[in-house]
Write a protein that binds this ligand. Structure first.
Ligand code: PMP
Length: 447
């Protein structure tokens, strides 16, 4: 069955979505609120969500594997979050004055991730990487940042050099502009490093150490590299060389925080960065993110001093909605629920079942199918034997991969090229259904 057949099935089930798409496209570019939400032939428009499911405006139910782009680790609208928010709504919605929930969430993060000694809240993962890079540059007094080809760090100017596209040699990449509208001068301040290369990455850092204000990395690369982890040898080499030269190492934990364990990627990989960017789960679903790390760095460049700020030494970072009480309350409610100790082991268990089932299907099908990811983060690719870096990911057969995703969608599983997630609200039956549908879709694809 070609992708067109799955699309036809989808179209036959979603006339209201199609009508809304036409309406929405008049006022929203592409009918959506962000490039990543666009899909062919038109997006699913959601009426409501609960637990592990969403329902579209046509009344179709889907097992949701996007889960708010990885935000909803406890499922949609979990009761502890709904209750905490209802209580906070009686007290305040937004203040621009410090309040208790912000302090409590900062303390909780510090308890779960002790290397995050001080933390600042902002509103999105993109802001988190933007600000943490600024803090690192200010601390080290150098302008240039180093980042790994293919890692995704959000949508600001410095983040969109060599995330989606590549240039130069595999072992010695060059900056590549990912988006129109970003000044080319930005690329002059970005050093691009090869991911999962334990020889050349440290070598290039070493050669440029005097110029670098920061090295930023996704220890587990979700969207950017199709859900693949860093090799331990490589990650350790990056940590060693940055430590040797006193260059702040930043982990982008926006996807991994609390999903790879309560201690995030640091706990999972056993490597400790100097600074972190955080987001998604941390927000409890109410739009928040954070950056933080070593007290010495945060104190020197972020902490306001007498007067107002000494902006020659310190960074400016504020934000109308930063640390707003609703987001802080929702985030704290999620972390307290995870701390009870039941949700993550259950989630990791059903995730192992899904991964194992998908791997069995991959072994049996004639199509070249690859299952990537760790714990409750997944992706399926076709046409490659393995992925270790961006160049490998760009060799994936996008047509076949899209056909598989479309097959899942048309049969009630919400999936896309974005990383896929399970939540603790998903059931064992949901996992069974995902596997049954996957098997059926693969056979219709000719595998
Ligand atoms: N860093 C990583 C690793 C991400 O995956 C994302 C978003 N998926 C971001 C940063 C940006 O976060 P946001 O979309 O909240 O700006």
């Amino acid at each position: 069955m070609a992708v067109g057949e799955f699309e036809k099935l989808y179209e036959s089930r979603t006339p209201e979505c199609q009508a809304l798409f036409e309406e929405a496209s008049k006022v929203l570019p592409g009918g959506v609120g962000g490039s990543g939400k666009f899909m062919q032939p038109y997006p699913i428009y959601v009426e409501k969500a609960y637990g592990g499911y969403v329902w579209d405006v046509d009344g179709n139910q889907y097992i949701d594997m996007l889960m708010g782009a990885g935000v909803h680790i406890l499922g949609h609208n979990p009761q502890p979050v709904v209750d905490a928010l209802a209580d906070q709504l009686q007290k305040s919605i937004h203040l621009y004055i410090p309040a208790l929930p912000e302090i409590r969430l900062a303390q909780k993060i510090n308890q779960l991730m002790p290397h995050v000694e001080m933390v600042r809240f902002i509103n999105s993962g993109s802001e988190a990487t933007m600000m943490v890079l600024r803090a690192a540059r200010a601390y080290r007094g150098r302008d240039k940042i180093a980042r790994f080809e293919g890692n995704y760090h959000g949508q600001h100017d410095f983040a969109l050099v060599s995330t989606l596209t590549t240039a130069g040699e595999l072992e010695q990449p060059e900056p590549s502009m990912d988006s129109a509208g970003i000044p080319k001068a930005v690329a002059e301040k970005v050093l691009v490093l090869p991911y999962n290369d334990p020889v050349n990455a440290p070598r290039i850092i070493e050669e440029n150490a005097d110029e670098l204000g920061a090295v930023i990395i996704e220890a587990f690369s979700a969207f950017g590299l199709g859900c693949i982890p860093a090799d331990p040898e490589f990650l350790n080499a990056v940590r060693e060389v940055t430590k040797k030269h006193g260059i702040p190492l930043i982990f982008d934990e926006v996807v991994t925080n609390f999903r790879l364990g309560l201690g995030g990627a640091t706990e999972y990989f056993g490597v400790t960065p100097d600074l972190v960017a955080m987001g998604k789960i941390l927000s409890g679903g109410v739009t928040s993110a954070a950056y933080g790390g070593k007290r010495e760095i945060m104190q020197k460049v972020v902490t306001p001093t007498a007067g107002l700020w000494d902006l020659k030494e310190q960074i400016f970072q504020s934000g109308t909605f930063s640390g707003n009480p609703l987001s802080m309350t929702a985030g704290l409610a999620v972390l307290e629920e995870l701390e009870k100790g039941e949700a993550l082991p259950y989630l990791d268990g059903i995730s192992d079942t899904l991964r194992g089932g998908w791997k069995d299907l991959a072994d049996k099908t004639d199509l070249k199918m690859l299952v990537t990811g760790v714990k409750s983060i997944f992706q399926i690719h076709f046409g490659v034997d393995g992925i270790r870096n961006k160049r490998d990911l760009l060799r994936v057969d996008k047509g076949v991969t899209r056909e598989f995703h479309m097959g899942l969608i048309a049969n009630g599983i919400l999936a896309s090229a974005h990383p896929l997630f399970l939540s603790s609200a998903h059931t064992e039956q949901d996992v069974e259904k995902i596997l049954d549908v996957s098997k059926d879709v693969l056979s219709k694809m000719g595998g």
